[in-house]
Design a protein around this ligand. Structure first.
Ligand code: NAD
Length: 380
């Protein structure tokens, strides 16, 4: 099986962190674990420079035929004065829209070695591993009517509309239940069914979907405000949280900060499953293009590497390899190897390239250990 993947490094630190992912891919192919067909193209400011648009039609078609896309980051001061509709970020928005990526996945994982980076007490966040599934293309950010109306006499009225249909609720619900099946099998659905009709519909549709197709997954419901509180009080009670666009925007940022570091946060945006169960998917670090440190070998590549691990798990069904990459990251952090953004007392500060070296070395060491163990077991 050859897995197709399109790489879009983008701008600023994007190419630097993606270079480490490319090295990881080369290592995995060399070890014979997996084979990829890799396409690479430009997006954002780099695409404006090359093609005059932040996402060229050809690039979009490449992404569509690959099905799985890994992006670095877009944007930077060089393109700040570009017209709004063709600014670098518009390329990313177009990609999400054209591929109809309606479910945003944001994991929040606390690595033991980074436990002090969280502002919460270690005993509250130790071992934390949760996944927020946010509806991305509907709800109050897109609902009509919207706008600001002049009422005269200095009075104005601002309107946004929270609106969801059964189809929109069920398709994101399906993603959350499918993800829960790959994890520990629990979903919490968050809305405000107590005060919003759209929330009442959300709860009813998620409940019906669960009964019809996902009775093996444990489902609970929670009001979104209580969910925000519980994330701080006892975040480990959650496995997968599914919620709408607005609440998801807030809850995913809150959950991310439980882990304490921007340079460590991966994400994914998924579309509908085809008849073979495959989904269009875009994986990207949560961080931006960090122009302040671009080109200085200072960027933390771990968010990009962990985004690639998500692709292995959720697009290529290779949870075994995703586990290995995550274990390698864990081993590197435990060995006290850090980039500047996650530096701590007694640790060794390294650059982007050296962090990539360390992850590949840890992966190779773990592979060697696993093969030694399996040979020993076979001999016994
Ligand atoms: P940013 O995430 O790029 O940077 C915020 C701070 O975090 C900076 O001090 C930066 O140096 C640091 N940082 C970010 N990622 C890091 C990493 N991997 N390793 C070490 N330090 C890291 O956000 P910003 O400064 O608000 O935005 C900069 C540019 O990125 C803007 O043009 C913005 O539009 C764009 N942006 C793009 C995306 C995206 O591509 N998805 C997301 C956010 C911002």
């Amino acid at each position: 099986m050859i897995y197709k993947i399109a790489l879009l490094p983008g701008d600023g630190i994007g190419p630097e962190v993606m270079a480490q992912v490319r090295r990881l891919i080369a290592h995995m192919e060399k070890s014979g674990d997996i084979r990829f067909e890799v396409w690479e193209d430009v997006i954002g400011g780099a695409a404006i420079d090359a093609y005059g648009a932040p996402l060229a039609d050809d690039t979009l078609e490449t992404c569509r035929s690959a099905g799985t896309v890994l992006m670095g980051a877009v944007g930077g001061p060089k393109w700040d004065k570009v017209e709004y509709s063709i600014r670098p970020e518009a390329g990313l928005l177009r990609l999400r829209k054209e591929l109809d990526l309606f479910a945003n996945l944001r994991p929040a994982i606390v690595f033991d070695a980074l436990i002090d980076a969280s502002t919460l007490k270690p005993e509250v966040v130790r071992g934390l591993d949760i996944l927020i599934v946010r509806e991305l293309t509907g709800g109050v950010y897109f609902g009509q009517p919207r706008g600001i109306e002049d009422l005269g006499g200095g009075e104005r009225r601002g309107v946004n509309t929270q609106v969801y249909t059964t189809m929109e609720i069920r398709r994101v619900g399906r993603v959350a239940f499918d993800m829960a099946r790959l994890r520990s099998g629990r979903v919490t659905s968050a809305e405000k069914a107590n005060v919003m009709e759209s929330g009442k519909l959300w709860r009813e549709d998620i409940t019906a979907l669960h009964a019809a197709e996902y009775a093996d997954v444990a489902l609970s419901h929670m009001y979104a405000d209580n969910c925000a509180m519980q994330l701080l009080r006892n975040p480990r009670q959650f496995d997968v949280i599914v919620t709408d666009n607005l609440f998801g925007d807030i809850l995913s940022d809150e959950a991310a900060m439980l882990t304490g570091s921007l340079g460590m946060l991966p994400s994914a945006s998924l579309g509908a499953a085809d008849e073979k169960g495959r989904r269009m998917a875009l994986y990207e670090p949560v961080h931006g293009s960090a122009p302040d440190i671009a080109g200085q070998d200072k960027a933390n590549p771990l968010a990009a590497i962990l985004s690639f691990a998500m692709a292995l798990r959720y697009s290529f069904d290779r949870g075994d390899l995703a586990d290995r990459v995550e274990d390698a990251v864990r081993a590197v952090l435990s060995a006290g190897i850090r980039t500047a953004d996650i530096m701590a007392d007694g640790c060794r500060c390294v650059g982007t390239q050296a962090m990539g070296d360390a992850v590949i070395e840890a992966l190779a060491t773990n592979e060697a250990r696993a093969s030694y163990d399996s040979t020993r077991t076979a001999k016994k």
